[in-house]
Design a protein around this ligand. Structure first.
Ligand code: NAD
Length: 354
């Protein structure tokens, strides 16, 4: 059975990856997660029920810990999801992003390189370091620009995007300089179960269900590409199975939408699934001051992974969104536990008193 050391497996995408890996028998998992605000206790509790799963609370930048875990677990691959991941928080506290995303990744790479160099020849050839990154490293597109390709020049605009770009460059350098068998994936906006309600879709679901305002930055016409999280996880697994060492792969849902349209679609879905005679969900939409430096448009050309590795998304935006809303409706206890006093304070800091 393959063994994966997953970092950040208590977060949104990492947890979905771990759950799929263990339910579909992709391999055994050791999850190394610091348990920041983004790691929900209910998510960790769900993972604990799964077979072939171990969890260690710790920092990817803690070199002695990482060294010990690599030596004792002897993984066939390290899949690096752990990051500070929210653009808005990176605007207020960029140092946290530099520490985890840049310094943490650099420390992890150094320990993984040492581990990999000590493996016997056959195991060394099989080993992979898979780095999970974002389309935000490519910067902002104009309305007529072609979508991002793997050879689009990097132009990160937010502290989050800059920290992820730096980590991508470190991964590239460890392949080029030391021969470490790395693969990097750059994915568009994910949505689905277990996403902390600070990102657009779960924030809007949770606010709407509570009958509270739905804050939309600026004119709501910023465009993102949307991908259901399980499709992303299956793409990562495909990259592990078939990806060419040293390559990068863009992953996207071929689903560009302005934020306002996403929220209106969500309101209409809620109107059908959870009708309230006293409330039209669309009436909760509230425009707020734009995010500083807000990128206007991201779009992904996922042709390379489709052509070369045969991956395709399974969900449409409509089917993925309905699954997502149904999950949040069925997990109201998870939602309530996420809406802590710290979380409510953060909402006010970010959006003002709504
Ligand atoms: P998340 O914020 O939901 O989860 C991050 C997880 O990493 C949390 O469990 C947190 O506790 C853990 N973590 C943070 N700092 C750590 C550290 N120093 N050591 C160990 N663990 C630490 O993030 P996500 O949305 O699941 O994103 C996962 C990865 O995918 C990130 O690298 C992100 O940049 C990338 N990505 C996310 C999206 C998206 O739409 N969410 C899109 C493209 C790429």
């Amino acid at each position: 059975m393959s063994k994966f050391l997953v970092t950040g497996g208590g977060g949104f995408i990492g947890a979905n990856f771990v759950r799929l890996a263990l339910t579909e028998g992709w391999g055994a998992i050791l999850n190394l997660d610091k348990v920041t605000y983004a790691c929900h206790p209910g998510t960790l509790a769900m993972l604990e029920q799964l077979p072939n799963y171990q969890f260690v609370q710790g920092d990817v930048g803690d070199r002695p810990l990482v060294q010990e875990l690599l030596q004792t677990f002897q993984p066939d691959a390290v899949i690096h999801f752990a990051a500070e991941s929210h653009v808005d928080r990176s605007i207020n506290s960029p140092q946290d992003f530099i520490q985890t995303n840049v310094v943490g990744t650099a420390n992890l790479l150094e320990e993984v390189k040492t581990y990999w160099q000590q493996l016997p020849t056959g195991a060394q050839e099989q080993f992979r370091f898979i780095h999970i990154s974002t389309d935000e490293v490519y910067g902002s597109l104009g309305p007529e620009d072609p979508p991002f390709r793997e050879d689009t020049p990097y132009a990160p605009n937010s502290p989050y995007a800059a920290s992820k770009a730096a980590s991508d460059h470190l991964v590239r350098a460890y392949h080029h300089t030391y021969g470490l068998p790395t693969l990097t994936t750059n994915c568009s906006n994910n949505y689905g179960p277990y996403q902390f309600p600070e990102k657009l879709i779960p924030l809007m679901i949770c606010q709407a269900l509570a009958g509270q305002p739905l804050p939309i930055y600026g004119d709501g016409q910023n465009v993102r590409d949307w991908l259901y999280v399980e499709d992303h996880c299956r793409a990562v697994y495909t990259v592990w199975q078939k990806g060419q060492v040293g390559e990068t792969y863009n992953i996207g849902g071929n689903c560009e939408k302005p934020n306002l349209e996403v929220v209106q679609t969500l309101c209409d879905l809620l109107q059908t699934l959870v009708p309230r005679s006293d409330l039209n969900y669309r009436s909760l939409i509230t425009f707020v001051s734009d995010r500083p430096g807000h990128d206007r448009r991201y779009a992904i050309d996922a042709g390379k992974i489709q052509r070369e590795l045969g991956w395709q998304p399974q969900e449409t935006f409509s089917t993925g969104l309905e699954k997502t809303v149904q999950w949040y409706l069925a997990h109201q206890d998870w939602v309530e536990a996420a809406r802590t006093a710290d979380y409510r304070a953060w909402l006010t800091t970010n959006y003002g008193s709504l």
